[in-house]
Design a protein around this ligand. Structure first.
Ligand code: NA7
Length: 537
């Protein structure tokens, strides 16, 4: 198809998850013509794809929702303290319908390439089906955990049973009843799946390479009274959330360090937080848990003690005790009955650190030590996080730039939103922003408001091109690294540093200076006339 057949829009948004939906809403409200492309055949992003048993949000429902429309906020009823995937997906669909968003979304359409032509100042976007569209603005709403990764195990194609990746879960219910199931991975996802599948399977083998810290969710139905109180204070709470490190209201950051308390006080505090449930609450026991190894050790030890208390078999308990990273430097998992599951007769933990998986066989898998017969394998092996979805596309410019080259040593962005050399392209919650280290929907709204503010400013002032300056980008990227290096975060082999993808450059990708500091910086950039961004007529 020639370019004459391309359709032209003011803006193209890639992805119809929570970021894409809000970007569409905002851009359209500004009077722009917008087209959204979405690979799935429904809205919801993460919550569309991750339908695995037990899938649930680890941020409380009353927080994990849009704030842009007070009526929406008031009318929606979240049934549980922590929402299950199906409820969040229902909400995403409700939002799409309520704001008439569906008509501008093209589903089952993956974007293959995006090419910026400087002469015409347009993005030329091509779908996998070969359709072309042209737009002045290109908004990446592609998600941070949207490129599922199955390790390239030898023999996987010969497996005679069924296999699933958690992030590409079938829409139909998978029946594990009476089956010998193996699950590879013990991250947040696996920790949610394991208690559910253990109840159904004849036998469940859990192949663990690295033990993770998990805290009890203490999930349950949300009491009407609590919901009503929250709704009454919604405006205030949303505002409060922006003045916290993780963008979550209701948990005031602690003022004391762990060693400002006596051992007895610390024990009591950790107990109280453990009983209360939730990850923020626990991490907010003391203000130096992510800064001081010694302080962190007290919190890590407490969790290890609980594991030893819950898991009856001492050998299994020891294997489940994380010992290679401080608590919180990988995303803490939140569970409902995870450690208890290891007391079941039909569950076995297999250490694939000391004896790695060597091969998937036709009838199961073989580690360096043993062979296991399995009817089904679940890969809860994570994602090519934060950069995977962007680098999967072929993004180039007429100046000869290629995103793959630009990011070959790790992502470089300005504020996690713009990329020097790629004008009029905006990333929602990109690497270099607090996105994944925050309440995602709050960050999505903040970024999108910033992006649409930038575009509105351009339109009003007759500016057609916004481009991050190389120097500003380099300074920001350095700042992101500096902040990370002042914490314990880089100590963990997490997806924050790309450690789960062989060959991926080890760079700490999220901004961990906190939502409050980050928003302030973003607002200052605007106040200084979009400092660090070249605006051309
Ligand atoms: P994660 O947190 O990246 O976890 C993936 C798990 O899979 C983790 O336990 C890995 O062990 C394991 N893994 C990956 N490759 C292998 C191989 N080759 N052999 C054995 N084990 C392997 O992904 P999740 O989906 O659980 O969670 C992602 C985010 O989604 C989470 O942080 C929340 O924000 C929601 P490893 O630790 O690499 O040794």
């Amino acid at each position: 198809m020639s370019d004459q057949h391309s359709r032209t829009f003011d803006a193209v948004v890639i992805g119809a998850g929570f970021a894409g939906l809000y970007a569409l809403y905002k851009l359209r409200k500004m009077g722009l013509s917008v087209k959204v492309f979405e690979a799935g055949n429904g809205v919801g992003g993460t919550w569309y794809w991750n339908r695995y048993p037990g899938a649930r949000c680890d941020v409380e429902s009353m927080e994990y929702s849009y704030s842009f429309d007070p009526e929406l906020e008031q009318e929606w009823i979240w049934p549980d303290k922590y929402s299950k995937q199906a409820d969040i997906l229902k909400y995403a669909n409700h939002v799409a319908e309520r704001f008439n968003l569906m008509k501008d979304i093209e589903f089952e359409t993956r974007i293959k390439s995006a090419f910026y032509e400087r002469e015409s100042n347009t993005w030329r976007i091509k779908t996998a089906k070969g359709r072309k569209v042209v737009a002045q603005f290109c908004v990446m709403a592609v998600g941070n955990l949207s490129t599922p990764r199955v390790p390239d195990f030898k023999g996987i194609d010969n497996f005679k049973g069924d296999w699933y990746h958690s992030g590409l879960w079938p829409k139909e219910e998978v029946n594990f009843s009476g089956k010998r199931v193996g699950i590879i991975g013990t991250g947040s996802t696996a920790i949610q799946i394991i208690p559910q599948v253990a109840k159904k399977a004849k036998h469940l083998h859990i192949f663990q390479r690295t033990a993770n810290y998990s805290l009890p969710a203490r999930n349950g139905p949300l009491a009407e009274e609590k919901r009503a109180i929250h709704k009454k204070k919604y405006r205030e709470l949303r505002k409060q959330a922006y003045s916290t490190p993780f963008g979550i209201a209701g948990y005031p950051p602690p003022e004391k360090g762990a060693f400002e308390a006596t051992p007895k006080e610390r024990e009591a505090k950790y107990h109280q937080k453990w009983d209360e449930g939730g990850t923020i609450s626990y991490l907010f026991s003391y203000n130096d848990l992510l800064l001081s190894e010694k302080s962190n050790e007290t919190a890590s030890d407490f969790v290890r003690e609980r594991i030893r208390e819950i898991v009856k078999d001492p050998e299994t308990a020891e294997l489940l005790c994380p010992n290679d990273h401080p608590i919180g430097t990988k995303r803490i998992c939140l569970d409902s009955g995870y450690y208890e599951t290891f007391n079941r007769y039909n569950v076995a933990l297999v250490d694939v650190r000391s004896a790695p998986i060597e091969e998937i066989t036709p009838f199961g898998l073989r580690t360096a030590r043993e062979e296991f017969e399995l009817d089904s394998i679940i890969f809860a092996t994570g994602f090519d996080a934060m950069t995977g979805a962007i680098l999967e596309m072929n993004i180039r410019t007429s100046d000869g730039l290629d995103m793959k080259d630009k990011w070959k040593d790790g992502p470089k962005t300005y504020l996690g939103i713009m990329i020097a050399g790629f004008p009029n392209m905006f990333v929602i919650t990109g690497p270099g922003s607090p996105g994944v280290k925050s309440q995602m929907i709050l960050s999505i709204e903040q970024h999108t408001d910033w992006i649409t503010g930038c575009i509105a400013n351009m339109l009003v002032n007759g500016i057609t091109r916004a481009e991050a300056e190389l120097e500003a980008e380099a300074k920001w990227t350095e700042h992101v690294n500096e902040v990370a290096n002042s914490t314990l975060y880089p100590q963990a082999n997490s997806w924050y540093v790309g450690a789960n993808i062989p060959g991926k450059p080890r760079i700490f990708m999220p901004y961990v200076g906190g939502v409050e500091a980050y928003k302030k910086i973003c607002d200052e950039v605007v106040a200084k006339g979009y400092e660090g961004i070249q605006l051309a007529p």
